[in-house]
Structures are given as C-alpha cells and as structure tokens.
Design a binder for this molecule. Structure first.
Ligand SMILES: *[C@@H]1O[C@H](CO)[C@@H](O)[C@H](O)[C@H]1NC(C)=O
Ligand SMILES: *[C@@H]1O[C@H](CO)[C@@H](O)[C@H](O)[C@H]1NC(C)=O
Ligand SMILES: *[C@@H]1O[C@H](CO)[C@@H](O)[C@H](O)[C@H]1NC(C)=O
Ligand SMILES: *[C@@H]1O[C@H](CO)[C@@H](O)[C@H](O)[C@H]1NC(C)=O
Ligand SMILES: *[C@@H]1O[C@H](CO)[C@@H](O)[C@H](O)[C@H]1NC(C)=O
Ligand SMILES: *[C@@H]1O[C@H](CO)[C@@H](O)[C@H](O)[C@H]1NC(C)=O
Length: 367
C-alpha cells in the first residue's frame, strides 16, 4: 500500500518531498485511513489514452504509443502503449490499492483471461463516449464496446473462474471500476457554434447509460474521472492568443459537463443502493498544475505548457510525438509528455493529491 518510494520527483519538486514524506508514514498506512474503502480484489479500467495500457497496439490505428521515447522510465524502460514516459494514473491507483498494474485486454491470451482476477484494462486511445469519436484516426474501442468486452470477460472468463454465482457477484460488487473518458468527444465534435449545454446533456446521457450497464452487470464501486481541461493542452494552447493562454471557451464547455456529471452521480448514488462513487476532479487538478496561483508546479522548476516530445513544438495539429521525434532530456521537468498527455511526474502528483492530500478526489454523497 502507499505510493512507490521513488523519490526522483523530489529532485524537481520540493513540495512533493514534503507531501510524500509527511503523508506516507505508518499512520497514513493504517487501514482505516485508506481512501474509499481500500480493499479491492480487482481494478477494471474503462477509458481513453489517459489510461490505455496497450489496447491500441493491437488495433489498426496510428494513435499508438508503442515506441520510444514513450515508456522511457516505465519498468524496464520499455514502451508498452502507455501515452506517457512512465506510469499512468490507472497504474498509480492500482499501486495505491496494492493491486498489480492492470494489463490491456487486447494483449491477453484466452488462458491469461481465464487466470486474471485482479482486473483488466479496456481503455483505448482516441475513442470516447460517442460511438464515432476518434474513428477518423483509425480503429479504437468506444465506451459501449468496452462495456461489451467487460460483459464478455464475465461470460467467457470470470464465470469459469468463480464457481458459484454468489462468488462472482461478490467479486464484481467489491471490485473497483475506474473510468476516464469524454475528452475526445469534445476534441472531435465540439466547436464554437455548438450549444455547450445541449452537448453536455447528450454526452452525459450516453455516459450514464454505460454506467448503468456496468451496474446491471454487478459493478458497485466506481472511480469516475471528470473530463480534463483540453483548452489548456499544448495542441490547443499553441493556437491561442496570447500564445500560451488557455482556450477558455472550450474549458467552460467542459466544465459544464463536469458539473452535470458530479450532480448526476449524486442522483445515481440515491437511486442505487449499495453503490459508491468516487468523483475525481482531474479537470481542476490539471488547471492547478498550470495556474500562476498554483502552490505547486507553477514554480519555474517545471514547464507547464510545452510537451517533452516533440521537443520543438509549433502546435501543428499533425505534429505529435513520433518514433523519430526528438524529445526533451528530462521529462520530469514537464507537465506534458506529448501534446495530449501528461508525464509520469504529473500522474504521480495526481495520485498524491487524490489519495494523500485528498484535494482532488471526493466520495460522492447523496444530495
Ligand atoms: C503521518 O501522516 C499524517 C497525515 O496523513 C499526519 O497527520 C501525522 O502527523 C504523521 N505522523 C508522523 C509521525 O509524521
Ligand atoms: C495464473 O496466474 C498466476 C498468478 O498470477 C501465475 O502464477 C500462474 O502461472 C498463472 N497460470 C497460468 C496457467 O497462466
Ligand atoms: C460544429 O458542430 C456542429 C454540431 O455541434 C456541427 O453541426 C457543425 O457542422 C460543426 N461545424 C464545424 C465548422 O465543424
Ligand atoms: C451480456 O451478455 C449476455 C450474453 O451475451 C447478454 O445476454 C446480456 O444482455 C449482456 N449484458 C449487457 C449489459 O450487455
Ligand atoms: C447490499 O449489500 C449487502 C451486503 O453486501 C447485501 O446483504 C444486501 O442485500 C444489499 N442490498 C441491496 C438492496 O442490494
Ligand atoms: C521518420 O523515420 C521514418 C523511417 O524510420 C522515415 O520514413 C520518416 O521520413 C521519418 N520522418 C521524419 C519527419 O523525419
């Protein structure tokens, strides 16, 4: 339990040292202080590139991260398909709860699927909540397809592993279901002329249908990430005036979705007994990393606007981190590893703020 002992980020961020040393102590590690219950038999991951652990490696698409410089600080220094130099937020959640890192569904053989009871990752880069999101870039697993695949896991694999229906139900009810999806729907389908309120309602409706399907399949514990502030991401920021500021209109539209999301989780909590939701405010976490008012990485120790790879980035939409892109020497000095995704350091900081500072993640209560 507890976050990994790597103190490397401390070299760059003094505040992290203080936080990790003062919070990862024996008191903090006592069972009752573990956030959100604490003992999960499995972590099932649903989402997009923020948490894809290699599914897109097996799909016909150019949206992949299975080449260097991706994965340069991952265990063994190998690219895995994760869109980062190292671990993702899903990896840190698994570590925090004492679970193994969650393998990508499409990378597993049938034998492996029959032998895994600690969780599977269905997340797929470029996809989203709407079925057509990401499709112009190639194949990917949309949210409803990810839930279909989870259902298949139950039918074909978990029903074999768990001998009785009650054992299976117990496994599903006690497991943690993490979602991190929705930003690509904004990237593909939202523009200046879209009605933000209407768009958010439509997207949320589709999202909640899939959460209800998961609930229908037996899921009872949900870790829901809201949608990130795309308007501050390097690929968008490069086109703003003054250069480097955020696209506030886009962020505002996303914030409207997030407010509705949080409210509807309260409603769902009321409607479904025995169901818990953790709402993770990833949006404000990422904004906090950039903001001048931030007490953290806003320091000039860290580059909060330009990606590590490619190291020279002009914001061209086709410019992304490629096999022959040059990348920065020290990803730990950047918030963004590529124009769309955070570095391991940013993901680690997220885990600290979610689980130890508890400023980002909140257990949803009934209204
Ligand atoms: C351990 O961490 C907790 C916060 O999680 C803090 O309240 C407590 O004072 C710390 N104990 C020691 C001995 O540092
Ligand atoms: C099943 O998983 C366990 C623990 O992860 C491992 O030790 C074992 O070799 C696996 N068996 C098969 C048949 O893959
Ligand atoms: C903007 O989005 C709307 C739907 O919200 C769509 O009908 C319209 O074609 C889009 N406009 C552009 C320029 O992409
Ligand atoms: C799961 O799969 C079973 C068997 O194919 C099917 O009957 C059921 O409707 C599916 N459930 C969901 C929620 O998709
Ligand atoms: C809630 O969960 C408990 C134990 O996990 C179970 O005994 C009870 O029947 C559940 N209640 C409902 C309404 O599902
Ligand atoms: C990247 O490398 C490939 C071959 O490895 C080459 O075909 C391509 O032109 C290179 N792209 C750039 C921008 O240098």
């Amino acid at each position: 339990m507890g976050l990994p002992s790597s103190l490397k980020p401390c070299l760059f961020l003094f505040f992290l040292c203080i936080l990790s040393v003062s919070t990862i102590n024996s008191t903090a590690l006592k069972k009752e202080t573990v956030f959100f219950g604490g003992k999960f038999p499995a972590l099932y991951v649903i989402g997009d590139s923020l948490v894809d652990s290699g599914n897109n490696n097996h799909l016909e698409t150019r949206v992949r991260a299975n080449f260097t410089p991706y994965g340069s600080v991952f265990e063994g220094g190998k690219p895995t398909g994760r869109f980062s130099d190292g671990k993702t937020t899903a990896d840190y959640i698994a570590i925090y709860y004492g679970l193994p890192l969650v393998p990508a569904y499409l990378g597993l053989s049938e034998d492996q699927k029959n032998n895994i009871t600690t969780g599977i990752n269905y997340a797929s880069a470029s996809c989203g909540i709407f079925p057509d999101t990401g499709k112009p870039l190639g194949k990917c697993l949309s949210l409803s397809v990810q839930v279909d695949l989870f259902n298949e896991t139950i039918e074909k694999n978990l029903k074999k592993t768990f001998k009785t229906q009650s054992e299976l139900s117990k496994h599903l009810a006690e497991s943690l279901f993490m979602t991190a999806i929705g930003v690509n729907d904004y990237a593909f389908f939202y523009n200046k002329t879209t009605d933000a309120n209407e768009f958010a309602n439509k997207l949320l409706h589709e999202f909640l249908i899939q959460i209800q399907r998961l609930h229908g399949l037996g899921a009872r514990k949900f870790f829901i990430n809201n949608v990130k502030p795309l308007g501050c991401y390097p690929n968008i920021v490069a086109h703003t005036v003054p250069r480097g500021s955020c696209n506030d209109q886009l962020n505002l539209a996303i914030a409207i979705f997030n407010v509705k999301l949080r409210r509807s989780l309260s409603h769902m909590k009321q409607k479904f007994s025995n169901t818990s939701f953790l709402y993770s405010d990833y949006f404000n976490f990422m904004l906090g990393l950039r903001g001048p008012s931030s007490n953290q990485a806003g320091s000039n120790l860290m580059d909060t606007t330009s990606p590590c790879c490619p190291s020279v980035y002009d914001g061209g939409l086709t410019t992304s981190c490629r096999p022959n892109s040059s990348s920065c020497k020290m990803p730990d000095t950047h918030v963004f590893f590529d124009p769309f995704h955070p570095t391991q350091l940013a993901n680690f900081m997220y885990a600290i703020e979610c689980f130890h500072a508890r400023t980002v993640c909140h257990v949803v209560r009934e209204k």
